[in-house]
Design a protein around this ligand. Structure first.
Ligand SMILES: NC(=O)c1ccc[n+]([C@@H]2O[C@H](COP(=O)([O-])OP(=O)(O)OC[C@H]3O[C@@H](n4cnc5c(N)ncnc54)[C@H](O)[C@@H]3O)[C@@H](O)[C@H]2O)c1
Length: 360
């Protein structure tokens, strides 16, 4: 049966993948609520925005009156909450906006969702869900292979790993996760939470590691790598994440948390070298792209390793990633080569140009 799904942050990297998946591959109706910060781009939705199952509301999640209007007008069955400030480096430079959007904004959305849900009746009330989308960064970091005896089994983040966020970004996301759980426990608002590893893929704003490296490589600019480049991330192709999120939103158990990951632990330097090798193959030039790699001062408080145990969502909801890192990263590089108009429009709008966005 067709549901009305309110997606916050639907003009962002992951949110737009969720909206495209919902419109292209399901029968559900989508309301995209987004403030359109520097990270939100309606250009990412041109392939679906003509659908009569899609509508857009330019709204700030911190604006209670406007959020209330959106609930009243569209009467959603499910909320998928992705709107957030999401870049760790920006959170170090200016944490205020992260607290405002990620903490106060989530609080505002929860309160408006609760007011709306409280007055629903019957099946509409029983079926309502609030799905909060979060990150594995709330768990802090894990032992790195360089720090342990060879052969030691390395732990993974599970749904019961205690929270230990390191950056203002991850602390603000951890706070929002806890608010969501408190609204379930105290007010019985039907919520679920997902925590996902690093995403990559098409329509990724070019301040994050992978798109930054692709575009700097093409422009002949340095490819900045933090510290020794040995930080490990567990990479997941964004379209695999979008599928997982829709499965959780539709079929997940209220009150549960699901970790989502790609089983792709890679050191940042290896990710950068892989991109260089693909570019050497698909867009060769005289010098090797890897010659542009430069090492820059590490980010303060930089987490060394993230890795997700995604067995719960696999066992309980039947989700597994379809893309390997090798296939996904090649698709991503090729997408940036074929979609210059998108990233030029995004860069013209807002890009800060000189940032060393060498982390996730
Ligand atoms: N990118 C990742 O690797 C990753 C991994 C795990 C979880 N997450 C989480 O997934 C969500 C989406 O991440 P992303 O990478 O797509 O982020 P993004 O920065 O690309 O997009 C965020 C979107 O939220 C919108 N937004 C920001 N502040 C808003 C506000 N006050 N009101 C309404 N809209 C607002 C922006 O305009 C943008 O469209 C975030 O909650 C993030 O914490 C991201």
């Amino acid at each position: 049966m067709s549901k009305t799904i309110l997606v916050t942050g639907g003009a962002g990297f992951i949110g737009s993948a969720v909206v495209r998946h919902l419109i292209n591959d399901t029968v559900h109706t989508v309301i995209n609520l987004d403030k359109l910060t520097y990270a939100g781009n309606l250009e990412s939705l041109t392939t679906v925005s003509d659908s009569d199952r899609y509508s857009f509301e330019k709204v700030d999640i911190c604006d209670a009156e406007e959020v209330k209007r959106v609930f009243t007008t569209h009467q959603p069955d499910i909320v998928m909450h992705l709107a957030a400030e999401s870049h760790v480096d920006r959170s170090i430079d200016g944490p205020g906006e992260f607290i405002e959007t990620n903490v106060v904004g989530t609080y505002t959305l929860l309160e408006q969702a609760r007011a709306y849900w409280s007055q629903l009746e019957g099946e509409k009330k029983a079926g309502f869900k609030f799905h909060h989308i979060s990150t594995d960064e709330v768990y802090g970091d894990l032992p790195h292979p360089d720090e342990v005896e060879p052969g030691t089994e390395l732990p993974l983040f599970t749904e019961t790993t205690p929270y230990a966020p390191s950056s203002p970004y991850s602390a603000s996301k951890a706070s929002s996760d806890q608010l969501v759980r408190a609204w379930l426990r105290t007010y019985k608002l039907p919520t679920l939470v997902t925590n996902c590893s690093n995403n990559y893929g098409p329509y990724h704003f070019p301040e994050k590691l992978i798109p930054l490296v692709i575009l700097n490589a093409l422009a002949g600019k340095p490819l900045p790598v933090y510290g020794k480049g040995n930080q490990i991330r567990d990479w997941l192709f964004v379209e695999d994440h979008a599928r997982a999120l829709v499965i959780v939103a539709l079929n997940g158990e209220i009150g549960e948390t699901y970790n989502i990951g790609g089983h792709n632990e890679k050191q940042n330097i290896d990710v950068v070298k892989t991109i260089c090798t693909i570019l050497d193959d698909v867009k060769p030039k005289e010098a090797k792209y890897a010659e542009q790699i430069t090492y820059v001062t590490d980010r303060p408080g930089h987490d060394m390793r993230y890795a997700i145990d995604a067995s719960k969502i696999q066992k309980e909801l039947g989700w597994t990633p379809q893309e390997t890192f090798e296939s996904g990263i090649r698709k991503t590089v090729e997408w940036y080569l074929n979609n210059e108009a998108w990233w030029k429009a995004v860069l013209d709008g807002s890009y800060q140009g000189e940032r060393l966005g060498a982390g996730n």
